[in-house]
Design a protein around this ligand. Structure first.
Ligand code: ADP
Length: 426
């Protein structure tokens, strides 16, 4: 294992894993810190991404989980480490980005790292230390109203400095645009000045490649998924990673196919509508579900009659107005949990009837499904649409056999995403 990654949320972990696979690194994503010894599959990877859910929990707890992940990755031979956070640097005023970086630096006895959430392809760029989302500074973007991590300052040097006692500095775009050597020289100068963390400007993929190259020898890198673009080349240059690679190759999985959707995002609504133009679909009505738990069994009975012949969709996906009406009746959290639980039960029921290819729409919904299936790690395969790869479950699961899973969060994917994903496995 060459690179050990710690991600502060589940879909962020998949995003990073997808990036590494595209760069030619065989990558496994674990759900939480693996308990005990790794199975052999995890050891046959070039990179492991441990997916935590530590973005908004108490800083002490985030630190404890991140250190546990680090310890596991160290025990399995990783030499370089990557702390992955959101490309909008989502954090509360107390952290958790600063406290986790501090703890990882202490544990690794390392006196310098970078901080670079840039992801230009997704509109996240950094200039003079200011993070932009599309055309506006972070604090003018939708992030200013985020329910859990409102971001009111776009200056990342200031944001990070408020979260750490170590000195925070900046590698300006002028240096970054001069390439890896210039970045390296600037890092050396900052270190001499006692800077321990440097925010790094980046506005293009070329910048990310240069930053990655300049960070080849850093024990710890902290970033969004963007900086990972430049890392596989470092391992190749060092002769540790082969040039020709089959990193995205997944074991073949045979069996029936289904889609379970609990996302109510705009893109998912369109994807569900597109599927219904010619394919079988069963709607879970949240209000009906609250009165009749037998609806889960009805859905499974309906699916069992069809799924051997053709893929089926079971969905709770609704328009924002419908969701609001349900939430007003049941409560926001209760409605979410009720639907997530039902869809997780349905996913397990589908797998028990022989489904082995499962597309799941919705970030929280995916978390619930993966948990119910008892999946603890995923081998990351080819990309279906940006940010969404096919994966295959590894290790011990509820069903014993591997299941191919495509976990799509919110607004990802083209309108024909469901059929497209399944056609890629055929
Ligand atoms: P996304 O990735 O699009 O945000 P999530 O799965 O993360 O999707 O979140 C969607 C939430 O909405 C889940 O908690 C899900 O259970 C809930 N939900 C799904 N369908 C309905 C519905 N018809 N009414 C109310 N809540 C719903």
């Amino acid at each position: 294992m060459l690179l050990g990654c710690i991600a502060d949320d589940f879909t962020g972990a998949t995003d990073l894993a997808n990036m590494l696979v595209r760069g030619g690194m065989r990558t496994v994503q674990t759900i939480g810190v693996p308990a005990g010894e790794a199975d052999s599959a995890a050891l046959q990877a070039d990179a492991v991404v441990v997916a935590l859910k530590s973005r908004t929990i108490a800083p002490e707890e985030a630190v404890a989980q991140s250190l546990a992940a680090l310890k596991w990755l160290q025990a399995h031979g990783c030499k370089q480490f990557y702390f992955k956070y959101c490309s909008t640097f989502d954090s509360t005023p107390r952290g958790n980005i600063g406290p986790v970086i501090d703890a990882l630096m202490d544990a690794l006895d390392c006196n310098f790292t970078i901080a670079c959430p840039a992801f230009p392809k997704n509109g996240r760029t950094i200039f003079r230390g200011y993070l932009f989302v599309g055309d506006v500074p972070l604090n003018e973007s939708g992030m200013k109203d985020h329910p859990l991590t409102p971001m009111t300052d776009a200056n990342l040097v200031r944001v990070l400095q408020a979260q750490t006692k170590r000195k925070v500095g900046l590698v300006r775009y002028d240096t970054v645009s001069d390439g890896a050597t210039a970045i390296g020289e600037r890092i050396a100068a900052l270190r001499r000045d006692g800077v321990a963390m440097a925010v790094v400007d980046a506005v293009s993929d070329a910048d990310l490649h240069a930053i990655g190259e300049a960070c080849a020898d850093l024990p710890l890198i902290t970033a969004g998924s963007g900086v990972a673009l430049g890392l596989p080349a470092n391992f190749r240059r060092a002769g540790l990673l082969k040039h020709e690679s089959h990193a995205a190759q997944l074991p073949r999985v045979a069996g029936a196919a289904a889609v379970v959707s609990g996302s109510c995002s705009t893109a998912t609504n369109a994807q569900v509508a597109e599927w219904q133009k010619g394919r079988p679909a069963f709607r879970i009505d949240a209000l009906e579900l609250s009165a009749n738990p037998g609806l889960v069994e009805d859905a499974l009975r309906w699916a069992r009659e069809r799924v051997d012949r053709e893929p089926v969709l079971i969905y709770a996906t609704s328009t924002p107005e419908q969701v609001k009406a349900v939430q007003a009746r049941l409560g926001v959290e209760q409605a979410g949990a009720l639907v997530e639980n039902a869809l997780a039960d349905i996913a397990l029921g589908l797998v028990q009837t022989g489904v082995r290819k499962l597309v799941v729409a919705g970030g929280e919904t995916s978390g619930a499904v993966v948990g119910r299936l008892g999946v603890t790690s995923l081998r990351i395969g080819p990309q279906i649409d940006p940010g969404v790869p096919w994966t295959v479950s590894e290790g011990a699961t509820q069903m014993g056999e591997p299941v191919a899973l495509a976990l799509k969060s919110g607004n990802f994917g083209t309108v024909d995403f469901f059929a497209k994903a399944l056609s890629k496995l055929a």
